[in-house]
Design a protein around this ligand. Structure first.
Ligand SMILES: Cc1cc2nc3c(=O)[nH]c(=O)nc-3n(C[C@H](O)[C@H](O)[C@H](O)COP(=O)(O)OP(=O)(O)OC[C@H]3O[C@@H](n4cnc5c(N)ncnc54)[C@H](O)[C@@H]3O)c2cc1C
Length: 330
């Protein structure tokens, strides 16, 4: 008998993170395919009020574990609670969001319960014949897709990239069971003390509302390349955005990412500077009114969607454009 699909519900200050809702959407599909239950695992202090929504979002069952020692995420107590529950209830599959918290928790738990873990998956399917979970993730910098299975150990564990799976709409007719569990945690379980939590003050950026977007890709060479993009953006009264490659490289924040796992934008003018035009990028910008691509490779797929294509080096073309714009304004 199959023992169920679990989703670890990540909450911060009681607020369920979007990735966990996305995983409930995927988890629902996997559980249906396996004819088993979907369980949401919610840990924290004073978080129980979130349980009902998890049922409306697809869970059949919510395990709520509340304790003051689970107030903020700390590796040890979360690992202990989760590992004990796994050993007691033996789920088949566990999905965890590939966030900073999920990437910290998942390997600890998998080592403790001695099973396999695939990190940062972008696709999850059930193999018809064996009912094993096929966990697919980009490897070698996204150049190949690797599908990994864990045939001999249970649970099959996977962290999943945020923004890839689709959350279900709230369905208030859904019913489920809420199970409250009091963990046996003691202060000695914790060797880490949190002195202070510092929140980065981020301005809400809305690239999807900009009329003009100057988007940069790996072709900029390095983070400094964004300086000329900023200049061009201020000449044209636009905003800067980028491809996932530059977000992964840490050149700009994730809020500025255009594409399938970033934002979908539709400005009047979209500049693609040093962006190859991978399908996942194009999916987020092809509806733009006018697309201007600058790329030194004539074969770059971005030219297939561009209205105006400039073959050349961004470091030469953009300064020349800025000069021209300045002289036009005089
Ligand atoms: C599940 C999944 C989701 C994804 N989601 C997204 C997403 O939301 N958004 C996204 O963007 N990507 C996404 N990707 C990644 C995507 O597949 C590409 O890897 C990414 O878009 C490549 O970024 P890039 O074009 O900046 O870099 P590259 O592909 O490396 O392209 C760089 C380009 O710059 C050109 N170039 C180099 N030097 C210069 C120069 N000096 N002057 C002019 N041109 C130059 C090159 O010819 C090349 O075309 C996703 C991938 C997966 C698997």
């Amino acid at each position: 008998m199959n023992k169920g699909v679990w989703v670890f519900i990540e909450q911060r200050e009681g607020e369920v993170q979007k990735v966990s809702l996305e995983l409930l959407g995927k988890g629902r599909q996997l559980a249906d395919q396996l004819s088993t239950k979907l369980t949401a695992l919610l840990m924290g202090e004073n978080v129980a009020q979130a349980a009902q929504e998890l049922i409306y979002r697809g869970a059949d069952e919510v395990i709520v574990v509340e304790d003051s020692l689970l107030n903020v995420y700390i590796t040890e107590p979360y690992t202990k609670v989760m590992s004990c529950l796994i050993e007691e209830r033996r789920p088949e599959i566990i999905l965890i969001g590939a966030t900073a918290i999920g990437r910290d928790l998942a390997p600890r738990v998998s080592a403790r319960v001695h099973t396999g873990l695939t990190a940062d998956c972008t696709s999850l399917e059930i193999e018809d014949e064996t009912q094993n979970l096929l966990m697919t993730r980009p490897a070698f910098g996204g150049n190949i897709m690797a599908t990994i299975i864990c045939p001999d150990f249970r649970p099959q564990m996977s962290t999943v990239r945020p923004g890839v799976m689709v959350e279900l709409d709230i369905d208030t007719t859904r019913k489920g069971e809420i199970i409250n569990i009091k963990p046996s945690l003691v202060k000695e379980d914790i060797n880490v003390e949190i002195l202070e939590i510092v929140k980065e003050k981020k301005q809400k950026v809305k690239i999807e509302e900009a009329n003009v977007l100057i988007s940069g890709g790996r072709g900029l060479g390095k983070i400094d390349g964004f300086e000329i993009l900023n200049q061009l953006a201020s000449e044209l009264g636009g905003m800067v955005s980028g491809s996932r490659a530059v977000v992964d490289a840490g050149w700009i924040d994730r809020d500025y990412q255009v594409g399938q796992t970033g934002k979908t934008v539709r400005p009047n003018l979209y500049f693609a500077c040093g962006i190859s035009g991978a399908i996942q990028h194009v999916a987020g910008m092809e509806e733009s009114e006018l697309i201007i691509a600058i790329n030194k490779n004539t074969e770059a797929p971005i030219f297939e969607v561009a209205d105006v294509g400039i073959v050349g080096d961004v470091h030469k073309v953009i300064p020349a454009l800025i000069e021209e714009l300045k002289s036009l304004k005089k």
